[in-house]
Ligand binder design. Sequence first.
Ligand SMILES: Cc1ncc(COP(=O)(O)O)c(C=O)c1O
Length: 473
Amino acid sequence: MQPNEFRRHGHAVVDWIADYLENPEQWPVLPGVRPGELRSSLPPSPPARGESMDAVLDDFRKLIVPATTHWNHPAFMAYFANSSTGAGVLGEALTAALNVNAMLWRTSPAATELELLTLDWLRQMLGLPEKFFGVIGDTASSNTLYALAAAREMHPELRIRQDGMPGRADMPKVAVYCSEEAHSSVDKAVMTLGFGLSALRKIPTDDQLRMDPEALDAAVKSDRRVGAIPLAVVATVGTTSTTAIDPVPAIAAICEREKMWLHIDASYGGTAAILPEMRYALEGCDRADSLVVNPHKWLFTPMDCSALYTSRPELLKQAFQHVPEFLVVSEGEDVVNLMDYGISLGRRFRALKLWFVIRNFGVEGLQSLIREHIRLAKRLAQWIDDDPTLERLAEVNFSTVVFRHRPAGMAANELNQHNTRVLEKVNATREVYLSHTRVRGSYAFRVAIGNIHTTEAHVRRALDLVREAGRSK
Ligand SMILES: Cc1ncc(COP(=O)(O)O)c(C=O)c1O
């Protein structure tokens, strides 16, 4: 592509993005496609000769966009809603243009130093102590896995790095603890690290779905009695299902006494701590060994960008540093080589988009967006509480509201099926996208407010659609 051609298409793409972000409601939030429909509309084999970018961009507009679920749509309130932003998109574009690999300091001093600096800014915004060293990874799932790999390094006597675990008669059982409400990424981490799912203790929760520290204590003691090593606890600040906040101070005390690694999954909820009035959500997290928070969830940074903080960077490095001859450099301890803190050698320059977002919005700008999302969630909760045909099933700790439709006279055993149907009807309108969960077995809708374009009118409309679907036969 010649530079002048690039310029022409580049301008067209920027115009398209500007229009898209200006009015993300021009397409329904959910696409009207059947499985396989997009694929069958495209050639099954690659073109032998290059095609014009005009043709490629035309297909993007005509085929790809209509088959996309629009996470940027203000009525996207499923899962944990996120959104792209001008600053984030520009950062991504420049990351692609520079195309550096931040594996070693030398392979991109800017990418390395900006990653360390930007995560230090974010650390300050969250009120975490200076001892927390942060690196950016793709997702919270990978970062939780890395944290648990570092936790094993607290036990050098296990020699896992060198000898592995399978087939060793001298290898004691290990145990990892999380609440029964923790994210499935914890299960995946223990599966992948070779501990096995049977090493994961799902600790019961209280009436607000928070980990019960007494039950944790009992489980640790029971593991000790049979000679297992209690390795790590994953506490969650903002569980996926209902955004519950585990009692981190009490959990930290148990971890300190038992010399267990404490990892905090604050992927979603952690962001709220940029508000002084929400700082309490991270209470006790200064005592953690590691913490994950995702700017790609609720900090207006495009996918993917997940921050992993640790107060034990030497153990994270011990778990992952392995330098082949062709990557030996002469800078020594004067520099940080980011490849030493995870499994990926190739690392994208992800810090650029986060740095752009933080600079362009400013801390106060980000705070006012997060504050507004929390306000909208509380308002929605009030509307639900005022309506006798609706029932809220969880506290609103952040910007997510969990509830169900409960028409007068409907038998309790019909409610799950009824609400499943209601959600299907609501999403079939393609006007809003909500997802679901189960709260102690009860099927419930989740309305997660995290999109920069979402207003009170969108939230109101989502609730009206639930009411209409609930009434209809
Ligand atoms: C509490 C929690 N932890 C971890 C994850 C996984 O995040 P990621 O998609 O970045 O792996 C999620 C996803 O929603 C989550 O809600």
